[in-house]
Design a protein. Structure first.
Length: 323
């Protein structure tokens, strides 16, 4: 019986030892922080560029910069939108939403498809759609999955001021019509046969370095020239390279001035300051100065001759006297 008790105690001891001692190689080590996950590889990078581990749809685009230039422009002047977006998702598209004040109508400007990681510059010439005033420009970027890009609020907004264009200058006033010559007795300035000539004789015809300011009336040399209206002789002079011998008369009303050029040498019959009546002899038709043949170069001026007045076409006046 003692022998049986000893065997029972030995069996209990062996069982206790087997429970207390772990199997060989079963000593586990605590995990080390930062160790690579089982199977090797590395974690996906963070930030702009690179490739992501897993599904790229988990990474939304990020607006890095946005600006509008110039910040103040005239209505109709082109604006330039500049932006930069980072992200891994494909199919990015951008637009700018312009709002005047807090409740104004939103104007949407499509910038089309853009590429992440590169500066984008888009010129927009539709500012004539914007009423004058201050605007906030809001950049919206959406990827192919319909998700909007993230950003700080200040990074996706810019301010823009639109100024109304200056009004066009008023049109230049039309020259006042020539006042009608005084009524009463008149005389045609050539007291004899005459001819108005062709287009080259007309007012405004081209000349070397200038335009013709009068009407040429051809007549035989020596034909008398007379005052068409009563007035005062203001000028009696000679110009070798142009008018030759010439006379200027101011009409009695002080508005119309008449010029007679190319007088025959030695024929001038009046002096400066002299009062003349209708039909009074002034001189004779000649070809002095720059003239190719005997004729009268006649000018009509509204206001003082070469002293603030202006020349007008004298043909209608001559024809009214030529009765």
């Amino acid at each position: 019986m003692r022998e049986g008790f000893r065997r029972f105690v030995a069996t209990i001891v062996v069982c206790a030892l087997l429970v207390a001692v772990p199997a060989a190689g079963a000593h586990a080590q605590p995990p080390v922080s930062g160790a690579a996950p089982p199977g090797g590889g590395s974690a996906a990078p963070d930030g702009e560029g690179g490739s992501a581990a897993g599904d790229v749809r988990l990474r939304r685009a990020l607006i890095r910069a946005f600006a509008v230039a110039p910040r103040s422009l005239t209505q109709g002047q082109a604006a330039r939108f500049s932006l930069r977006v980072s992200g891994l998702r494909p199919g990015l598209r951008a637009r700018v939403e312009l709002r005047q004040g807090r409740t104004g109508r939103v104007i949407r400007v499509s910038l089309g498809a853009i590429q992440a990681g590169r500066p984008v510059h888009v010129r927009w010439s539709g500012t004539n759609r914007l009423a004058p005033g201050a605007y906030v420009a809001h950049l919206v970027v959406v990827d192919r999955y319909g998700d909007a890009a993230l950003s700080a609020r200040t990074a996706r907004r810019a301010r823009l001021r639109v100024i109304a264009p200056a009004p066009p200058p008023p049109p230049a006033p039309s020259p006042a019509p020539a006042p009608a010559p005084p009524s009463g007795d008149t005389a045609f300035p050539i007291a004899g046969p005459h001819d108005y000539g062709g287009p080259d004789s007309r007012f405004g015809a081209g000349r070397a370095g200038h335009t013709h300011q009068g009407q040429d009336v051809a007549a035989a040399e020596g034909t008398p020239l007379v005052a068409p209206r009563p007035g005062t002789i203001t000028t009696v002079d000679y110009q070798a390279g142009g008018a030759g011998y010439y006379v200027v008369e101011a009409d009695a009303d002080g508005t119309h001035w008449y010029v007679f050029m190319h007088l025959e040498e030695g024929s001038t019959a009046v002096t400066e300051g002299q009062q003349v009546g209708v039909g009074q002899r002034l001189g004779s038709v000649g070809a002095t100065g720059d003239a190719t043949g005997p004729h009268l170069h006649f000018e009509e001026w509204i206001g003082p001759w070469q002293a603030g007045g202006h020349a007008v076409d004298p043909l209608p006046l001559l024809q009214s006297w030529d009765q």
